[in-house]
Design a protein around this ligand. Structure first.
Ligand SMILES: [Zn+2]
Length: 147
């Protein structure tokens, strides 16, 4: 087997841009703006140095395409400046950026709420079981017993 040497040059381009995002608030009728800043990167490869200029151009074009797509579709979690409301579509990103501490507190609150609800249901179930038992024995229910 004869080894065939293959060499190539890899070009990387990074571009950065800003875009104004318009957000209509779901809570009040305000429309507000914020600046979204993102970075896009692209890669071009020239095998045997046959197309160095083309690879560099491809890297730049890919970076521009990526950046354009990100600027159109991405967003930052920015609250409404009038009412402070975060738009519904921003919630997943808001959870990402707040870190694990806030997430852990929220999970604990939800679990605590569920346990409290289960406890309340259990108390009610016990109460109705007691009432049933009392009526089976022929006792008068507490509410009419007082009258
Ligand atoms: Zn608002």
């Amino acid at each position: 087997m004869v080894p065939i040497p293959v060499f190539w040059t890899k070009y990387t381009a990074t571009v950065r841009a800003r875009n104004l995002k318009v957000v209509p608030c779901e809570n009040c009728s305000t429309e507000y703006l914020y600046i979204l800043e993102r970075e896009g990167s692209g890669i071009g490869t020239s095998v045997y140095a046959l197309n160095d200029a083309g690879a560099a151009d491809h890297a730049k074009a890919a970076a521009d395409d990526t950046l354009q797509s990100v600027l159109e579709n991405d967003f930052d979690p920015v609250p409404c400046p009038v009412c402070g409301h975060y738009q519904r579509y921003m919630f997943p990103k808001l959870m990402e950026t707040k870190g694990m501490g806030v997430l852990a507190v929220k999970v604990m609150l939800i679990v605590g709420g569920c346990l409290a609800a289960l406890g309340a249901l259990d108390l009610r179930a016990g109460e109705s079981a007691r009432r049933t038992w009392n009526t089976e024995l022929g006792e008068v229910p507490c509410s009419s017993w007082r009258d």
